[in-house]
Ligand binder design. Structure first.
Ligand SMILES: [Zn+2]
Length: 161
């Protein structure tokens, strides 16, 4: 990367971070010749995020697919589409921020559940039931129970304060 001041070709990277949208990388550099500082941006667009499935198969991350899955979980729930879209955007950003080009479906599932739980409890349980491929009603109820327990915990904590 050429220094914009003296055109020297060598610079030292001082700081690297993704931009707000998570689609590019911002680097602060210092020229090795004149010492002046400048910033460069590297686009991450076109670098697909690869999702590794449980069986080891890989496919390109598809945010539309994820959005549809979450919308399905939110059926007949008072969840605005904009909130779902925001959630997917947040997750995509977080995945890019991991700087790994390969992410597991497990990680995506965890990220979705973490956020969906805050958004809508019913949608969360629905998503979790599909995601974890519940084989029987017992495991489904266990999940539901742990959710209710958490609610009780929260209420007790709130009460103590
Ligand atoms: Zn320079």
């Amino acid at each position: 990367m050429k220094c914009p001041f003296c055109l020297h070709v060598e610079s030292k990277v001082q700081d690297t971070r993704p931009t707000e949208e998570g689609t590019s990388i911002r680097r602060r550099r210092a020229c090795l010749a004149c010492g002046k500082r400048f910033t460069t941006y590297e686009k991450l667009e076109g670098v697909p995020l690869v999702v590794v499935k449980k069986n080891g198969q890989r496919e390109v991350f598809d945010s539309d697919k994820l959005t549809k899955g979450i919308i399905k979980s939110c059926e007949k729930r008072p969840v605005e589409l904009a909130k779902v879209e925001q959630l997917v955007q947040d997750i995509e950003k977080e995945l890019y921020n991991t700087m790994d080009r390969e992410v597991s479906t497990r990680l995506i599932g965890e990220l979705v559940m973490e956020r969906l739980q805050k958004l809508d409890a019913v949608a969360y349980v629905r998503f979790a039931s599909v995601y974890r491929e519940f084989k029987d009603i017992d495991s489904f109820l266990t999940e539901l129970q742990s959710l209710l327990d958490k609610d009780v915990d929260r209420r007790q904590k709130a009460h103590r304060c």
